[in-house]
Design a protein around this ligand. Structure first.
Ligand SMILES: *[C@@H]1O[C@H](CO)[C@@H](O)[C@H](O)[C@H]1NC(C)=O
Ligand SMILES: *[C@@H]1O[C@H](CO)[C@@H](O)[C@H](O)[C@H]1NC(C)=O
Ligand SMILES: *[C@@H]1O[C@H](CO)[C@@H](O)[C@H](O)[C@H]1NC(C)=O
Ligand SMILES: *[C@@H]1O[C@H](CO)[C@@H](O)[C@H](O)[C@H]1NC(C)=O
Ligand SMILES: *[C@@H]1O[C@H](CO)[C@@H](O)[C@H](O)[C@H]1NC(C)=O
Ligand SMILES: *[C@@H]1O[C@H](CO)[C@@H](O)[C@H](O)[C@H]1NC(C)=O
Ligand SMILES: *[C@@H]1O[C@H](CO)[C@@H](O)[C@H](O)[C@H]1NC(C)=O
Ligand SMILES: *[C@@H]1O[C@H](CO)[C@@H](O)[C@H](O)[C@H]1NC(C)=O
Ligand SMILES: *[C@@H]1O[C@H](CO)[C@@H](O)[C@H](O)[C@H]1NC(C)=O
Ligand SMILES: *[C@@H]1O[C@H](CO)[C@@H](O)[C@H](O)[C@H]1NC(C)=O
Ligand SMILES: *[C@@H]1O[C@H](CO)[C@@H](O)[C@H](O)[C@H]1NC(C)=O
Ligand SMILES: *[C@@H]1O[C@H](CO)[C@@H](O)[C@H](O)[C@H]1NC(C)=O
Length: 682
């Protein structure tokens, strides 16, 4: 027995020594020698890394051999020679002569160009192909499906386009398929379901459309499935719930419809479920998560999910993060029964429709974001340490919703609202009469103080009026008639000349402006606008301006006033700045805008490249993108940031003059910073 064991041990040692020797062997195949030399020159590698005179197996960086034959080539991390840098290409034909090659790793080594169709046919022994971040472009050649021994295929972070070759499904030895962060289109080939050994499938950040093939649910070996950031549609197939070994599921940023299939409750090994921003709707049935005992991270944010939060969420043993923000979840948080481990987790429940009291539950949490809900009641200081609580209906705290919003929410659901402490939601019958008395007392107090406040306000107004009248003796035309800026949002008011001129720039005299436009001559006329004529002029200080002359005999007074009001409010870099005005004449008003030297957008877009005039070349795509971004910023400002939001109608360009409706916008590219500015014209 002992002798036998010694023999086995000796054999093992011998084998190990053999292996070590093989590792250190020298290249003894002349065809491989020449193939490596060809590869060296086609990739332009440096003599420092691949010294031409030395033995590749022993002295070339990234080369490994077995029995005198090359099995591994890794050019990852190598640099090209100066000559090699001049024309980097996907030039690796020589690999086909290395018939025992198992690994080709060029991760991070630039190989611009497309993978030739022949690539897959010459490398029957290839097990590992790593072309991450190689600047490879073009389509994935279907010949890759012939690399029948391939186990690892990494093509991520390139510029691959076109459909995913369905032949890849033939790679039935494949363990990892990573095509993420490319420009792939088309749908996920149904043939993928045949890759029965696959453990990682990453197709994220492409432009893949269509449905998720139900067949993916039969790749039982799958550990990681990442289809995020694509354009996948329809519902998530319930078959995915059969992936009982799956650890990471990322389906976020897609355009799915329908509910989260209950079958996903079968993902027994799942640790990370990320399905945010993916168009999910409907409810999560109670018990949905109960089979998912391993869950650590759940992200379902920015969907349209509603209903209640399944209660088992509160007892996950390993939970680290649950983000269900920006949905329509409703209900109360549990006040007891939280698992001790849950308190370690980060909870993001913001922007839902959760309500009820937080007094007892919140102190169980470590970090919570509960903002944008309808929680009510008081929260003690020490329990809100790690919580974000703004935009709720909570007492005492700042930045809460308006009482009206909260009341509406609670009354719509037939719930009792404490009205920020004005009334208790849980008045016991014995307390009712007392609280009624209290309420009456509150009303009386409100009456008394309200009356007092009103009188104070009136006195203040009187004093102000008196001061205004007595200040300069005679009030000027605009004075009392225009009393103060009208409160925002009062659209029904008959527009008057805005007395608040601070937003309207400098005051110019009529003569001054007539002078700079050569008495409003035809040669200075830019165009007859919808609401006034536009003239170009140069001020004394050299500033080129556009002067808009509004003749109130022929133009609508209202729209002109509205234009002024808008400019009184707008201050944003994306809008052509209003430099000043002249209101001297009763029926002729002048507005002075900065001149945008590069013409309008329409002519820039449609202009063909003009070799004679370099400044007027048609726009490149980067510029166009910047203009689109600029226009979007301007629109976003009008819609969301200025208060009240501005309603404009058409969005039009200058020359084509589609401005037949008030408040259309014009965009001018300014070449200096290659961005766009918008101009609101009424
Ligand atoms: C290398 O491979 C090509 C094509 O497979 C073949 O034509 C050529 O003869 C080979 N070169 C050597 C040196 O074996
Ligand atoms: C090649 O590497 C061996 C050790 O692996 C070393 O002894 C030898 O000098 C190297 N040869 C050259 C030309 O660098
Ligand atoms: C190359 O060397 C290995 C061992 O280093 C040996 O087994 C093999 O027979 C050699 N092949 C040729 C063609 O010399
Ligand atoms: C390829 O090389 C890089 C850098 O050495 C390494 O990080 C990566 O893991 C390698 N790829 C494979 C599949 O081993
Ligand atoms: C899925 O892919 C995206 C983009 O490639 C990446 O940001 C994300 O972390 C991946 N998800 C997982 C769970 O690894
Ligand atoms: C996979 O799940 C579906 C329903 O989700 C079920 O009908 C089917 O039998 C399952 N397939 C296997 C092989 O378990
Ligand atoms: C939530 O529900 C309300 C109506 O109940 C709906 O108006 C709103 O769009 C929904 N929000 C989301 C994010 O689905
Ligand atoms: C908390 O987690 C640990 C390990 O994750 C587990 O052993 C323990 O049972 C959990 N505690 C509870 C109360 O579930
Ligand atoms: C919660 O999610 C929202 C987006 O839905 C995000 O803005 C916020 O920062 C998150 N809160 C925390 C504490 O991470
Ligand atoms: C709270 O969460 C942070 C970040 O996840 C973690 O580092 C910390 O240990 C947690 N603290 C408690 C008391 O759970
Ligand atoms: C929390 O508030 C609810 C209702 O407001 C009340 O029934 C409960 O007793 C309070 N719990 C604690 C611990 O204060
Ligand atoms: C939560 O509050 C505790 C006590 O103030 C603090 O130690 C802990 O760091 C906080 N956690 C986070 C994530 O801020």
């Amino acid at each position: 027995m002992k002798a036998k064991r010694v023999l086995v041990l000796a054999a093992l040692v011998f084998f190990l020594i053999q292996c070590a020797a093989a590792q250190r062997n020298t290249l003894n195949s002349s065809s491989e020698w020449s193939a490596l030399r060809r590869l060296r020159s086609s990739l332009g590698l440096r003599a420092r890394d691949w010294p031409i005179k030395a033995d590749p197996c022993r002295n070339w960086t990234g080369i490994e051999c077995r029995e005198g034959r090359v099995t591994v080539i890794s050019v990852s991390g190598l640099r090209r020679s100066r000559v090699g840098r001049m024309n980097p290409r996907f030039a690796v034909d020589a690999l086909a002569n290395l018939t025992l090659l198992e690994t080709f790793n060029a991760s991070g080594f630039l190989l611009p160009g497309s993978i030739p169709e022949s690539f897959g046919y010459g490398l029957p022994g290839l097990r590992v192909l790593d072309l991450r971040s190689c600047a490879v472009n073009g389509a994935i050649p279907s010949s890759l499906g012939s690399l029948s021994r391939l186990k690892y295929l990494y093509l991520s972070d390139n510029s691959l386009t076109g459909n995913i070759a369905s032949s890849l499904g033939q790679l039935n030895e494949l363990l990892v398929l990573d095509l993420s962060r490319n420009f792939l289109t088309g749908s996920i080939p149904a043939s993928f379901s045949m890759m029965s050994k696959l453990s990682t499938l990453d197709l994220s950040s492409n432009f893949i459309s269509g449905t998720v093939p139900a067949g993916l649910g039969s790749i039982f070996s799958l550990l990681v499935l990442n289809l995020s950031d694509n354009s996948l549609t329809a519902s998530i197939p319930g078959e995915l719930g059969n992936l009982s070994r799956l650890v990471e599921l990322d389906l976020s940023k897609n355009s799915f419809s329908g509910a989260l299939p209950v079958e996903l409750g079968g993902l027994r090994s799942l640790k990370g479920m990320r399905i945010g921003s993916s168009g999910l709707e409907g409810q999560l049935p109670e018990g949905f998560f109960s089979g998912l005992a391993q869950l650590e991270v759940v992200v379902l944010s920015e969907n349209k999910l509603d209903g209640r939060i399944p209660s088992e969420v509160w007892s996950f043993p390993g939970l680290r993060l649950i983000d269900i923000s920006a949905n329509n979840f409703t209900g109360e948080l549990p006040s007891t029964g939280l698992n001790g481990n849950v308190t370690q987790a980060i909870f993001n429940f913001s922007n839902n429709m959760l309500y009820g009291s937080l007094n007892s539950s919140i102190r169980f949490f470590n970090l919570t974001d509960l903002s944008g809900n309808f929680f009510q009641g008081k929260v003690s200081d020490d329990s809100r340490r790690n919580a974000t609580l703004d935009r709720n209906c909570l007492q005492v705290l700042p930045d809460q919703r308006s009482s009206a919003d909260c009341k509406l929410f609670y009354s719509e659901r037939g719930l009792q609202f404490d009205d920020f402490g004005a009334s208790g939601p849980t008045d016991s019958p014995s307390q009712v009469s007392a609280s009624k008395k209290n309420r009456r007392r509150v009303y009386i107090l409100i009456g008394v103080f309200g009356g007092l406040a009103l009188s104070v306000v009136m006195v203040v107004i009187l004093v102000l009026l008196l001061r205004k009248c007595c200040n300069k003796g005679i009030p000027d035309q605009g004075g009392i008639a225009d009393k103060g800026p009208a409160p925002d949002g009062d659209g029904q008011m008959v527009p008057k000349e805005p007395s608040e001129l601070s937003g309207l720039g400098d005051v110019f005299s009529y003569e001054q402006l007539a002078h700079v436009t050569s008495e409003f001559s035809e040669s200075n006329l830019i165009k007859h606008g919808h609401s006034g004529d536009l003239y170009q002029g140069i001020l004394e200080n050299g500033t080129i301006v556009v002067i808009k002359r509004v003749d109130l005999h022929s133009f609508d007074r209202e729209s002109y006033i509205r234009e002024l009001e808008i400019f009184g409010k707008i201050s944003h870099t994306r809008f052509v700045p209003l430099l000043g005005h002249c209101f001297e004449h009763e029926h002729e008003k002048l507005l002075v805008y900065k001149y945008m030297p590069n013409g309008d957008l329409a002519s820039s877009f449609y202009r063909a490249t003009d070799l004679e005039d370099e400044s007027l070349q048609s726009l490149d795509w980067i510029t166009r993108l910047k203009i689109a971004t600029g226009a979007a910023e301007a629109l976003s400002y009008l819609h969301h940031e200025c208060n009240p939001p501005l309603v404009h109608r058409g969005v039009a360009s200058f020359v084509k003059n589609e401005c037949s409706v008030p408040h259309c916008m014009l965009y001018f590219p300014t070449r200096a910073d290659k961005t766009a500015t918008a101009y609101v014209l009424s």
